[in-house]
Write a protein that binds this ligand. Structure first.
Ligand code: SF4
Length: 96
C-alpha cells in the first residue's frame, strides 16, 4: 500500500471498530476496500455511510431511501448486509 492507502486503511479500521466490528473483521473489510478502490468499483459498505446507526446492532437512518423495511421499527440491518459491498440508493459517504 502507498501512504494514502495506508492513511485511508487506518481511518477505516478506526471507523469500523467504532461501529462495533471485531478487529479481525474490520481489518479484512478495510483490506477489501483497498482492492475495491484500486478497481474503481463503486459499490459501498454500510460502515462507510453516514446513515449507519448503532454499534454492533445496526440500523439504517435513511431506511426509506435505502428501501429497508416499511416502517421505522423495521430498519435493523443484518451483519451480512452491513459487511456486503452494495449499491444503495440511500448511501451518503461518511466524512473521515
Ligand atoms: S443508507 Fe444504505 S448504505 Fe447507508 S446505512 Fe442505510 S442501508 Fe446502509
Amino acid at each position: 500500500m502507498n501512504t494514502a492507502e495506508i492513511d485511508t486503511f487506518t481511518a477505516r479500521l478506526a471507523r469500523f471498530t467504532d461501529k462495533g466490528l471485531a478487529l479481525d473483521d474490520a481489518e479484512a473489510l478495510a483490506d477489501k476496500l483497498v482492492t475495491r478502490d484500486r478497481a474503481n468499483d463503486n459499490r459501498r459498505l454500510c460502515p462507510e455511510c453516514i446513515h449507519l446507526q448503532g454499534v454492533g446492532r445496526w440500523s439504517c437512518g435513511n431506511w426509506k431511501q435505502a428501501g429497508i423495511g416499511t416502517r421505522a421499527a423495521d430498519t435493523g440491518l443484518a451483519h451480512e448486509l452491513v459487511v456486503m459491498l452494495q449499491h444503495c440508493a440511500g448511501f451518503k459517504e461518511q466524512s473521515r
